[in-house]
Design a protein around this ligand. Structure first.
Ligand SMILES: [Zn+2]
Length: 306
């Protein structure tokens, strides 16, 4: 009995606290140092509150006329202070991070570092987060509910359009999930002149068209698949997209999740003009010549457009 009370109490607070700190870091970009400080202060405060409550309860026990064995059990249970242990377990950011990675409560999908050659003179690598693993985590989440398509012919989502309904794969696999992929390059530092593009990173994300719109519109539900330096992408384009393409093929064929076969197909790739041109391997300059993907308009004609 005593052991049960201690374990439940401790594990509950440990995961709740780790979840809170993780949200602070990922949603509100709180720094590691600040996280450590918040964690330390919160636990010290909680420990004091817990001790004060326990002292009051123990004083009450003395007044109450309870049998000795019951009194002992209660005292033993109250003697455990989960916050004391938590202070030890989360004494550094490293330990907190480690807990989030290994705790089943978080379902962390570990990124893999994939090494490339030495084309730029230095060792090149990129990070890949398995789209199969992430998709399995999403669809097995107890809160996951697939949104239905419109039945009244209204366009409410990407799956109500013709690109989805005329797609051969989705016609043949009605239960398959539709993957929307998105990529864009970000400059990690404010660089000028010659340094421009030095710290440019291309991130590829995906989300599921089946997610309800309220959930799908939040950035936390755009899942990272690839993170690669722009300069490496220019040299190792094939190698970098290879693991992603292989995983997409696996998803099209179906992967086993809890005894069921789950299928998913790529519905679209979203990106700005430059990113879309990079992905499709076409012209990347828009300052001259043909500047539109839909028509043959020339750059010089742009001022005449009304
Ligand atoms: Zn046009």
């Amino acid at each position: 009995m005593t052991v049960f009370v201690k374990c439940g109490f401790y594990f509950f607070f440990r995961d709740e606290l780790a979840n809170f700190l993780n949200k602070l870091e990922t949603h509100h970009f709180v720094s590691k140092t600040a996280l450590q400080k918040i964690c330390k202060e919160m636990l010290a405060f909680a420990e004091k509150v817990h001790n004060s409550c326990v002292t009051t309860l123990v004083n009450q026990l003395e007044v109450m006329d309870l049998p000795d064995n019951q009194c002992q059990i209660l005292r033993a249970a109250l003697a455990e202070n989960p916050f004391e242990e938590l202070q030890q377990d989360f004494r550094s950011y490293y330990l907190l991070d480690k807990h989030i990675k290994i705790s089943p409560a978080f379902k962390f999908v570990e990124p893999t570092e994939i090494r490339l050659g030495t084309g730029t003179g230095k060792k090149c690598s990129f990070q890949y987060v398995s789209i199969v693993d992430t998709l399995c985590v999403i669809v097995t989440d107890p809160g996951f509910k697939s949104e239905k398509r419109s039945e009244d012919g209204m366009l409410r989502g990407v799956r109500d359009g013709s690109a989805y309904s005329e797609n051969t794969f989705f016609k043949e696999n009605k239960d398959a999930f539709a993957i929307e992929m998105y990529s864009d390059a970000v400059e990690l530092s404010i660089s000028l002149g010659a340094s421009k593009g030095k710290h440019k990173i291309v991130n590829v994300y995906f989300s599921l068209a089946e997610l309800p719109k309220g959930i799908n519109s939040k950035t936390e539900n755009k899942f990272l698949v690839l993170s690669v330096k722009d300069s490496h992408l220019k040299i190792y384009r094939q190698e970098i997209y290879k693991p992603l393409l292989e995983d997409l093929k696996k998803l099209e064929a179906g992967v086993a999740v809890n005894g069921h076969s789950v299928k998913a197909g790529l519905l679209c790739h979203l990106g700005d003009n430059l990113e879309s041109h990079i992905i499709s391997g076409i012209k990347q300059s828009f300052s001259g010549g043909y500047v539109c993907r839909q028509c043959h308009i020339q750059h010089g004609d742009l001022p005449q457009i009304r």
